[in-house]
Design a binder for this molecule. Structure first.
Ligand code: GLU
Length: 382
């Protein structure tokens, strides 16, 4: 057992498990045996005192098989229709499997817009916490039937990364159809090697993740590593492991060296800043000068009008916007205290001039530091 793993699993209580389509479905649709094996493990660990939330894919794949389509569906309405067929079937399998252990399941279907709205985000959090208090196992999926591009999570790797914040998970386990992250494409190159531990998500790690060909689910390894970047920035350890391997969850909890473990960043974002950084989409950009970059990144200060050079986009008060440095790199993301038209008028000015120009002076800052996420990892994910 490695020291890192021992430490992580000793105190973990709230566990988020994401199970991919490639794990749950085989040539004949939903693979009941695999699902039952995983459920047996989750049920056993639940009885040991762990609290589980499951993000499960498999609705589209299940619906597609039920309707007799051999190939992947191409159009969005077809995928949405397949999800409508498959989601109920998926839940029935989970409900029966957990039922054998006297455990109750709950279905939660979400779109991105449920989480970008702060009130709905908090409502989802409250519901989830009641379900966990009741000892129910929440099974979460994207509400594929209604989700169109603007409100899509994109894939369940991203959805799980958002859920990790909502449920305040101690660990996120991403079960997929490979053993973990390899240093190069395991199907192509001869000498690919499983990476057991990632302490920092470097360019090399990202490159390794991009080499995978044609994933079964939507995301593939690339989106798993993007999710890892987010989750570890929130201080949560993240494991990618093989969902079909018998006893995988117990192996993980026993601290065995399976899968790829991504260690959390030492300095991490609060829940609200995580939400700003990764759940909200930027509505515009503020190009800022070097002095402002230094104040924000180096000294943890707010963004003032004097540091703004250019405004890009049409946004309102409270909207999320990105702060971009002179190299075009996003160095922070935050909620704007002024709309784009007003910032256009006060950019480059001293704070004391705001009232004179706008007629009122509601805030000193364009973005207050409490509403701003600044992180090496935020930069790369925008
Ligand atoms: N929500 C999709 C489904 O249940 C899966 C998305 C994914 O594979 O990431 O079929």
């Amino acid at each position: 057992m490695s020291k890192e793993r021992e430490k992580i699993f000793k105190d973990a209580r709230r566990i988020l498990v994401k199970i991919g389509s490639g794990v749950l479905t085989g040539n004949n649709g939903l693979d009941r045996e695999i699902i039952e094996n995983l459920v047996d493990e989750i049920a056993d660990l639940t009885k040991q005192g762990y609290q589980f939330v499951v993000v499960s894919s498999g609705a589209i794949a299940s619906g597609r098989h039920r309707m007799g389509f051999k190939d992947k569906l191409q159009s969005l309405p077809e995928k949405q229709a397949a999800a409508a067929v498959g989601q109920g079937r998926l839940m029935r399998v989970y409900s029966n499997a957990f039922g054998k252990h006297d455990l109750v399941v709950a279905q939660i279907l979400l779109t991105m817009s449920d989480l970008t709205d702060r009130t709905r985000f908090l409502n989802t959090r409250n519901t989830l916490s009641v379900l966990m208090e009741w000892g129910v196992i929440p099974i979460i999926n994207e509400n594929d039937t209604v989700a169109v591009e603007e409100i899509q999570f994109g894939d369940n790797d991203n959805l799980a990364a958002m859920m990790a914040n909502i449920m305040e998970a101690n660990i996120l386990i991403n079960l997929t159809n490979t053993e973990g992250l390899y240093d190069r494409n395991p199907k192509g190159a001869k000498k690919s090697r499983l990476i057991p531990l990632v302490t920092d998500i470097t360019d090399k790690i990202e490159k390794a993740a991009s080499s995978e060909a044609d994933p079964v689910g939507m995301g593939g390894m690339k989106s798993k590593v993007i999710a890892a970047r987010k989750v570890t920035a929130f201080g949560i350890p993240y494991i990618i492991a093989a969902g079909k391997r018998k006893g995988i969850l117990h192996d993980i909890f026993d601290g065995k060296n399976v899968g790829t473990l991504f260690l959390p960043m030492a300095e991490h974002l609060t829940s609200k800043k995580y939400w700003i950084a990764f759940t909200l989409r930027s509505r515009g950009k503020l190009y800022i000068d070097d002095g402002a970059v230094n104040a924000i990144v180096g000294q943890g200060r707010s963004l003032l009008p004097s540091g703004v050079l250019e405004v890009d986009g049409d946004f309102n008060v409270g909207d999320p916007v990105s702060c971009v440095d002179s190299n075009g790199v996003v160095i922070a993301k935050g909620l704007a205290n002024y709309g784009s038209q007003d910032i256009e008028k006060i950019k480059g000015l001293k704070t004391s001039k705001i009232k004179q120009v706008l007629g009122s002076h509601p805030y000193d800052e364009i973005i207050h530091r409490d509403n701003m996420a600044v992180s090496k990892r935020v930069q790369r994910s925008n």
